[in-house]
Design a protein around this ligand. Structure first.
Ligand SMILES: Cc1ncc(COP(=O)(O)O)c(C=O)c1O
Length: 376
């Protein structure tokens, strides 16, 4: 039987043809395909936004922080449960990440906790739409308004997600997407920012490419020590092939996630992720398993599933327990929910080409591994 990975990108022949035609065009780096991709993404998000693409979401997030000028003594509030990039970029611009705990079911930060963490030094909130389930944006933007804060939404998992019927990234301050191959759509590596201010978009253009500007005569100047984060036309061609299929990818993800939820509900010592509504794009399906109750460990579970031909991911260990963040004074016990998720989470296979039969196969293997009766 084929190995079932926890994720796999869907690349069709049209996309492959698009890439080949870009390779043959002679223009490989940033050019017409990047412009086309940024326009297509802006249209996908309703046509009211400015889009800037990047070589990664990590780059997009860092440039977003540089754009709003977070100063070294300032704080950025972010969840203790996310991928390392979310917090790393805050440190890389010299600011301090201030972690907050997340809800055990949604895995998202909660506005009430954020509010308690705001200080006069807080400059921004960096929420993460974990696994594609949107955070409570109304409350977060309300807090931002009250305290004069900027919001950078880490929507790495949430391209195609909707909040109250509106696509994530179609409204709000600065929203960052990732197009890494394990995301809901890919450009191989890549990311994007959605924003509304043309002044900030111009600033991003400078920050994203060496600090370079040109005057009307084409004379070059370097305004600041910029970075190099421009997407290539080859990568943008992949994105142009993916974007028209994103909604159907997410439809399949949602269907499979609901099937998982239906089959796994009621199992003792297994905490299922929150179902959310139709706006959830199900970037991943990650239950929490209390391994000690099953007299095993997560590593033992992962190895046993692997032997049965099934790939399992871990997304993610709690951020504040990594060495780089313990150095800032964080310790075990600070954020119990993030820690429980970090200790117990397993990402089960979920990607658009999977079928319900594949999900059944995962559930059979999971029940055998945990030595429990398979639910009917
Ligand atoms: C929540 C989150 N933020 C940011 C990133 C960084 O994305 P990229 O790999 O495109 O830099 C990731 C990547 O997995 C992520 O999961």
């Amino acid at each position: 039987m084929d190995y079932l990975p926890f994720t796999r990108p869907t690349l069709d022949e049209t996309t492959i043809e698009l890439v080949i035609s870009t390779l043959r065009s002679g223009w490989l780096a940033t050019g017409p395909k990047v412009a086309q991709f940024e326009t297509a993404l802006a249209n996908y998000l309703g046509g009211q936004r400015i889009i800037r693409s990047f070589t990664s979401a990590t780059g997009a997030l860092q440039i977003a922080l540089e754009t709003i000028q977070v100063n070294p003594d300032q704080e950025v509030i972010t969840p203790a449960m996310s991928f390392a990039a979310t917090a790393n970029v805050i440190v890389r611009v010299g600011a301090r990440p201030v972690f907050v705990d997340v809800n055990l079911h949604s895995r998202n930060l909660e506005p009430e906790t954020v509010e308690k963490t705001i200080t006069p030094n807080t400059r921004a909130i960096l929420p993460v739409h974990f696994a594609g389930l949107p955070v409570n944006l109304d409350a977060i933007y309300q807090l931002a308004k009250q305290h004069d804060l900027r919001i950078i939404e880490d929507a790495a998992h949430a391209i195609g997600s909707c909040y109250k019927g509106k696509p994530v990234g179609s409204f709000g301050d600065l929203i960052s997407f990732s197009f890494h191959p394990n995301k809901n759509m890919t450009t191989i590596e890549g990311g994007a920012l959605s924003l509304t201010s043309s002044i900030e978009a111009n600033k991003i253009d400078v920050l994203r490419f060496h600090g370079i500007t040109r005057d009307n005569n084409g004379e070059m100047d370097v305004l600041l020590a910029g970075g190099k984060y421009n997407l290539s036309d080859v990568a943008a061609s992949v994105g142009l092939g993916q974007l028209p299929r994103l909604d159907s990818f997410n439809f399949n993800r949602r269907k499979l996630a609901h099937y998982y939820l239906g089959r796994l509900q009621g199992l003792e010592h297994i905490l299922l992720p929150e179902q959310g509504d139709e706006g959830h794009s199900w970037h991943m399906f990650a239950p929490l398993i209390n391994f000690s109750q099953f007299k095993t460990t997560r590593q033992g579970f992962i190895s046993a599933m692997h032997e049965k031909g099934i790939g399992i991911g871990v997304h993610y260990p709690a951020l504040h327990l990594f060495s780089a963040y313990k150095q800032l004074g964080y310790a075990r016990g600070d954020f119990p929910n993030a820690e429980k998720i970090g200790d117990e989470t397993v990402t089960l296979p979920l990607f658009p080409q999977m079928t319900e039969t594949d999900v059944d196969r995962v559930i059979t293997a999971l029940c055998k591994t945990l030595k429990i009766k398979e639910p009917t």
